[in-house]
Design a protein around this ligand. Sequence first.
Ligand code: KG4
Ligand code: ZN
Length: 352
Amino acid sequence: MTDHLILRPSGEFAGPVDEHTLVLGIETSCDETAAALVLGGYDVASSVVSTQVDIHAQYGGVVPEIASRAHLDMLNPIIARAIVEAGVPDSRIDAIACTIGPGLIGALLVGVSAAKSLALAWDVPFIGVHHHEAHLYAAFLEDPTLEFPLVVLLVSGGHTMLIEMQDHGRYKLLGRTIDDAAGEAFDKVARFLGLGYPGGPAIDREAVHGNPEAIHFPRAMMHEGLDVSFSGLKTSVMNHVRKHPDVSSEDVAASFQAAVVDVLVTKARRAAQQVGAKGLVLAGGVAANSLLREQFLDACVVDGIHGFLPSREMCTDNAAMIAAAGWHRLRSDGPTSLDCGAFPNLKIPGLT
Ligand code: KG4
Ligand code: ZN
């Protein structure tokens, strides 16, 4: 047992949680198996990610049962590598944070079972982490100077949300998609164009050679509020291609991407202005998109707001963000009970 943290049989916990607290993060909610060690909530000692993209590519999307089995095969070696790369003994680990939801139930259970087993074996606290709360923390790992209130545009395969981080653990949902997530729209349009899986990076690459002004696709709800909608845009792309079978797929990709980015950047700026944000940050897999990154930063310069773009590795699923969010949760709430399960549709704690 470490002398730093004490897990009592009741789950009660006596800190401190401070800059010396070393958290092992584990992430298995979808198709990335990841482990990382983060010191003091901000300092990444190691971060290892094994992606299953190649395994699922042949099926055109993530196959849940295959994802669970791949996590089972990969998780122990990935955790071992994260510990070796951090250059610390197991006994130095003070707590284990793991994604408990949302995600694929079988995939989540692999990580949660491993995390709880290690917590028991090493006699350290277990911390259940919400996957999207962790995405909110990814930026802090690369820019600890970020200040509240902070607006985060979280754009992933399953979610598109504008969230105001008022403080650690206090979030307000400002806007969200009313239908498809941005990543889902990228994936569906890419599949329709025969560009393969995952669709986001494929469209990003294809768009480089296309003209973003070749086709004017609709920007739904552009002038109202902070919610977004991408389902009509996807249908509009399909109708256009069916009507013009010889259209260049590069132009379609570039024009579609321009429409998505236009909407996302407009709404993010509006949200930041509305709450008087001190910073604006991107998070989630779609935040790896080249045009979004470029236009987001340009907009922040024009608006005179502190904009921060996490690296692509930090935008996509990783376990460093899980460990970081876990450190903050351990500090505010203490450990999670070991009878905690996995939750495919978990809501972000502290979100109003
Ligand atoms: O956050 P993430 O890694 O997984 C979750 O959904 O939680 O996000 C994956 C999504 C996929 O829809 C993928 O197509 C999209 O992020 N994506 C991108 C890019 N890279 C990944 N979308 C647009 N452009 C990219 N470069
Ligand atoms: Zn994610």
